[in-house]
Design a protein around this ligand. Structure first.
Ligand code: F6R
Length: 357
């Protein structure tokens, strides 16, 4: 199978990228920095109190920040966090719930429906959006709105959609001050962009190397519970939306109890599977052993394994280092597939169709 584009041809990479996805990836550190110091500063949060649970409601690129929050905040916050990707909210939602209604466009119908339900249940709501119907409704209903800059694809606005939740929770006294961890993340992301960006040649660029290994294959991304699990899901979504390729994800140790048994038939399809394992220094030591044994069990049955290790000191920087690698991999895989990473015609079509039915 011949690749559509030589990943060392920076001009070709940019030619295919008509919506500026590379520039958007590069802006992730700036988004985190802006959200760390500015976006939430003037958002009035008075009146939000006695919160005993938190729900983040959103879809796709607007929901993944909720999972990042759930994983990152575990161990740092006593309040349970649930991520909701549906029209309806969990039954427990009530006046003691803080609902983050997150929709980059502000027009996603499931999120608007969940917002209306949160309103009806008397929950405290904070909207995070670039505008749209959600921004309008929340403002009219008197809820705080974190207005993020427009002009990005929702999946490329992750820093804007995630970091404000940390800031809001800190302002509400539910989470300690994460400013320094976010600062470190900004530095790590800048460094990653230099190492993984289009100007870095494939021989020295792990994202280009992994994309080449995934080309023509079915990517399966494995994360580890409590650390990289959410990033595995992010890789999957980014490969779907940017590279227009199927991708699947799962989590260790759970996959040791089912998925490894299922990787036996059909043999010719299994040879197309390439597994990427996302690793972090804080992975449970027993899980690290499990990874080695799992690789032995599957040796020769699938195309192969790639491993990506997180970098940075703080948990947030390490999470984002893995996320950033996946984002670049997905855009290089788009290039190898010969597709523009930006447009997501199937999602647009579906949303349009739903408006007329
Ligand atoms: C597109 C993308 C999608 C959207 C999803 C919800 O870039 O990432 O997954 O995030 O369709 O739309 P919003 O984020 O506007 O609520």
């Amino acid at each position: 199978m011949s690749q559509c584009i030589d990943l060392n041809r920076e001009d070709e990479l940019h030619r295919l990228d008509t919506t500026g996805m590379f520039a958007a990836l590069e802006s992730l550190s700036g988004q985190c920095a802006e959200a760390n110091r500015e976006l939430v500063e003037k958002v009035p949060l008075s009146g939000i109190e006695a919160i005993s649970n938190i729900v983040v409601t959103g879809l796709g690129g607007s929901a993944i920040g909720g999972d990042l929050l759930r994983v990152y905040a575990a161990g740092r916050i006593a309040t349970p966090i649930v991520v909701n990707r549906d029209y309806l909210l969990p039954e427990f939602v009530g006046p003691d719930t803080l609902v983050f209604a997150v929709s980059y466009s502000g027009n996603t119908e499931e999120t608007l429906s969940a917002y209306a339900e949160a309103l009806g249940k008397g929950a405290s709501i904070v909207a995070i959006t670039s505008g749209g119907k959600l921004g309008e409704a929340a403002r009219q209903d008197g809820f705080p709105v974190v207005t993020v800059p427009g002009g990005f694809a929702p999946r490329a606005a992750n820093g804007y959609l995630f970091v404000p939740m940390l800031k809001v929770l800190h302002k509400l006294g539910l989470l300690s001050d994460m400013t320094e961890e976010i600062d470190e993340t900004v530095v790590v992301l800048k460094d990653m962009c230099n190492k993984l960006g289009p100007a870095a040649v494939e021989a020295a660029n792990p994202a280009k190397q992994i994309a080449s290994r995934l080309y023509g294959k079915i990517p399966v991304i494995w994360g580890v519970a409590g650390t990289s699990e959410v990033v595995a899901q992010r890789w999957k979504g980014q490969i779907n939306e940017n590279a227009k390729s199927p991708a699947y994800w799962n989590v260790l140790p759970e996959l040791n109890h089912n998925e490894i048994v299922g990787l036996q038939f059909p043999e010719e399809i299994l040879k197309k599977i390439h597994v990427v394992i996302l690793r972090d220094e804080k992975d449970h030591p027993r899980v690290q052993k499990r990874i080695e044994i799992t690789k032995e069990v599957l040796q020769g049955k699938i195309d192969g394994f790639s491993e990506v290790r997180s970098s940075g000191n703080g948990a947030l920087a390490r999470l984002y280092s893995l996320l950033c690698t996946g984002d670049y991999v997905s855009v290089y895989l788009a290039a190898l597939n010969g597709v523009d990473p930006g447009p997501v015609k199937a999602i647009d079509f579906l949303k349009n169709e739903l408006q007329n039915r």
